[in-house]
Ligand binder design. Structure first.
Ligand code: SAH
Length: 399
């Protein structure tokens, strides 16, 4: 693997005049528009960005097919070597592992830019490690990633979830790969609750680890309440709410597979008797519940990312407004609502405006009690604010 780091095997990219801010700001994404000439082998995995005098400004993973031409890992004099990557990887695993306890054996161990490893995500699910490699440079040093993960974690299985849009763009294989024993499915414990996670069949790497702290909040708010869990996926918020002594929990998701898993997760935590499960479109379902005059003491709205691209932001905002409006109508007096957007392109400011518009049209008096974000195993690089995709509010209806 080390040969890809040799200077003759690296791409040399010159920074266009007037683009100095790109480097000064240490943003790890260097776009094609900031790059003038390119020289070096076409299949280079590593690139160096240089100024007009040939002085190195940054080094990182080179992607010929992506608008993000270089994912910078080092700036200025710092050498980009295999040792540097392996030591960052080991340090990230050590930092994140400190969050694990007897009651929680699942966490994100590497959060891409947030852990200074652009393009790499590693999640631990009990005895299974799920890895997402989203650029060609990382793909070429996969052996070192596997060695480090094995040494640090000794998992039963390492599963490469390769079904990623970024890999398609980079013309990398999208077939999954498993190294180790047995199937990728496993059972995790999170805050003392048990969940079946199947990295091969599920969304993301199998489970929404980023919501752990917000699920704990739902548990604290659920006591004595009727709870509606919209976009429930495998029922995680619902299981927490039941553990917090909700009187009933309704899980709603459009996916039959997700709802079946939600049912099994409630079974695993002995809360099936108070739970119901609806395979339904959440937009239609909130209207139906409103027409039936159903009311809830806690509503959770955790939809998928509606805006995957910038051009989709307006349409996404209309979507968020629509079911937030109907969800607010379902709130009992003094009920709480946890509402989220995980669209990177929808800013916190825009999301708050959408919630405001929903409250106006719902005719409810709504206050924000807390702003919510992802847990501490999802650090955000100060230089790459795009990493802060998850935004949420804890709302309260005043009457
Ligand atoms: N809250 C979950 C994660 C939600 S992921 C957790 O903590 O685990 C988003 C979910 O929304 C997915 O399961 C997807 O199947 C579902 N979904 C997407 N569009 C939907 C729609 N229109 N109606 C209902 N569910 C939908």
């Amino acid at each position: 693997m080390d040969e890809i780091f040799l200077s003759g095997n690296r791409k040399r990219l010159s920074l266009k005049r007037g683009k100095d801010r790109v480097v000064a700001n240490r943003h790890p994404w260097i776009f094609a528009g900031a790059i003038g000439e390119e020289s070096g082998p076409p299949d280079a995995a590593i690139g160096d960005l240089v100024d007009a005098n040939g002085k190195r400004l940054a080094s990182g993973f080179y992607s010929p097919h992506s608008e993000i031409r270089l994912r910078a890992l080092t700036f200025g004099d710092e050498e980009m070597t295999p040792e540097l990557i392996v030591s960052r990887l080991a340090a990230s695993i050590t930092r994140h592992r400190s969050l694990l306890t007897d009651a929680t054996n699942a966490a994100r161990l590497v959060n891409a830019e947030g852990d200074e490893l652009s393009g790499l995500v590693i999640d631990l699910y009990n005895d299974v490690v799920v890895v997402e490699v989203s650029n060609a440079g990382l793909e070429r040093i996969k052996a070192a990633i596997i060695d480090t993960v094995r040494r640090e974690l000794r998992p039963r299985l390492i599963y490469f979830n390769n079904d990623l849009p970024a890999r398609r763009l980079e013309k990398l294989s999208t077939e999954p790969e498993a190294i180790g024993d047995g199937a990728p499915a496993t059972t995790i414990v999170e805050n003392g609750l048990r969940f079946e996670v199947d990295p091969a069949a599920g969304q993301k790497t199998g489970f929404f680890l980023d919501q752990r702290e917000n699920r704990q909040l739902a548990r604290e708010l659920a006591s004595g309440q009727r709870v509606l869990n919209l976009f429930s996926y495998t029922g995680a918020f619902g299981v927490y709410a039941a553990a917090g002594r909700a009187t009933s929990v309704e899980n709603v998701d459009g996916s039959q597979v997700a709802i079946e898993q939600a049912r099994r997760n409630h079974d695993l935590n002995q809360s099936s008797t108070i739970a119901t499960f609806s395979i339904a479109d959440a937009f239609g379902h909130v209207r139906k519940l409103d027409a039936e005059k159903q009311r809830f003491g806690l509503v959770v709205c955790d939809p998928p990312a509606f805006a995957k691209r910038r051009v989709e932001v307006d349409r996404a905002a209309r979507g968020y407004k629509d079911f937030n409006l109907y969800s607010m109508r379902l709130l009992e007096p003094r009920a709480k609502m946890l509402t989220f957007s995980c669209s990177g392109h929808v800013s916190l400011d825009l999301f708050q405006k959408v919630i405001f518009a929903a409250a106006v049209d719902a005719g409810r008096r709504i206050s924000i009690l807390r702003r919510l974000t992802a847990g501490p195993d999802h650090p955000v690089s100060i230089y790459c604010p795009e990493g802060e995709y998850l935004k949420g509010f804890l709302l309260e209806a005043r009457e």
